[in-house]
Design a protein around this ligand. Structure first.
Ligand code: PEP
Ligand code: MN
Length: 336
């Protein structure tokens, strides 16, 4: 249950209403969605009936959301969430493509890749400066200087930036360089990180844990939304299965399910989802056909020389083909 408060109420009215609810054993968490003040009701209803709450003079309306996640549910918000980034609209009718290397490697390479990404028709440059690597001896990313190279390359080519955030202590720094925070699969349930990102007003692309259910993903998104950050983008990036031929199994059920259940945009990452460069184009087409709002693709000038994820990284020529094919699929289903 979500209680929508009237917009014009004062802070002291809000406080006294909350106290009234507490006295009646109704526990709520106050939050905002845009300018809308909300009380999210936690657990059971106490000693006031729904009808009595609805009739309270400070209440605009109440929304019944019979899901463990509330704000992420379509029952809380009927219209689709569209994340606006200065002209790029994620979750609208247009398909958005984010592409770039797994890791930012050198200044000249990221610049060259950015030019290629732009000329292919993509809107956002990806690249990790802080990398979550399986082993501590693997390349861990360039850190701050990598953020700098990435941002500069994006500006030079007229692209927006997405990069991964792993540590709460880096939020302030990364926020200065990025347009979208990427939360990786390994951090989907890093609740302190999610809560902190809820305080930011920059968009967050939240990758599904490689083990996680849809409910767990939506509950992770709920942590960010509850902080008042409405700009959450969900991302399917493949899950662990028994199949040894691909690195992960790209679960396109997730796209259809999440679109059905939530108002949040859904992006697909077929690079990690397959782990194989020669499968990326086919699964990109399938993702768009399934209703994804966009793609996150690993690309490089010389994929085999990538510092990380070389096997799944496609060339710029391949990216160009991919974008053309995606446009055709998008048109076929009435999108652009
Ligand atoms: C990445 O995008 O390079 C990455 C590390 O992704 P994931 O968290 O999905 O493994
Ligand atoms: Mn990668």
């Amino acid at each position: 249950m979500i209680i929508k408060l009237k917009n014009e109420i004062t802070l002291s009215q809000e406080k006294s209403f909350r106290q009234l609810l507490v006295d009646k054993r109704i526990e709520v968490i106050p939050t905002v969605a845009g300018n809308q003040k909300l009380f999210v009701v936690v657990g059971r209803f106490g000693e006031l009936s729904k009808r009595e709450i609805r009739a309270h003079p400070l209440v605009a309306t109440i929304l019944e959301v019979d899901r463990p996640y509330k704000l992420a549910s379509k029952l809380a918000r009927r219209q689709k969430t569209v994340v606006h980034l200065n002209g790029v609209k994620i979750g609208s009718n247009e398909t958005v493509i984010m592409a770039g290397p797994c890791s930012v490697e050198t200044k000249s390479l990221i610049n060259e890749i950015a030019k290629g990404v732009k000329s292919a028709g993509c809107q956002i440059l990806r690249g990790g400066a802080y990398k979550p690597r399986t082993g501590p001896y693997d390349f861990q990313g360039l850190g701050k200087i990598g953020l700098h190279f990435l941002k500069e390359a994006a500006i030079n080519s007229g692209l927006k930036v997405i990069t991964e955030i792993m540590d709460i202590r880096d939020i302030e720094l990364v926020e200065k360089y990025t347009d979208i925070f990427q939360v990786g699969t390994r951090n989907m349930q890093n609740y302190p990180l999610l809560r902190e990102l809820g305080k930011s007003r920059k968009p967050v692309l939240l990758k599904r844990g490689m083990w996680a259910t849809y409910k767990e993903l939506l509950l992770a998104a709920e942590y960010i939304l509850l902080g008042g950050n409405e700009k959450v983008i969900l991302c399917e990036r493949g899950i662990r299965t028994h199949v040894p031929e691909t690195r992960f199994t790209l679960d396109l059920n997730a796209v259809a399910y999440l679109k059905h259940e939530s108002h949040l945009p859904v992006i697909v990452d077929p690079s990690h989802g397959t782990g194989r460069a020669n499968l990326v184009r086919a699964m990109s087409r399938a993702a768009i056909a399934a209703g994804a709002d966009g793609l996150l693709i690993e690309t490089h000038i010389d994929p085999r020389k990538s510092f990380s994820d070389a096997d799944q990284t496609i060339s710029i020529q391949e990216l160009k083909k991919l974008v053309k094919e995606i446009k055709n699929v998008a048109h076929a289903i009435g999108r652009s």
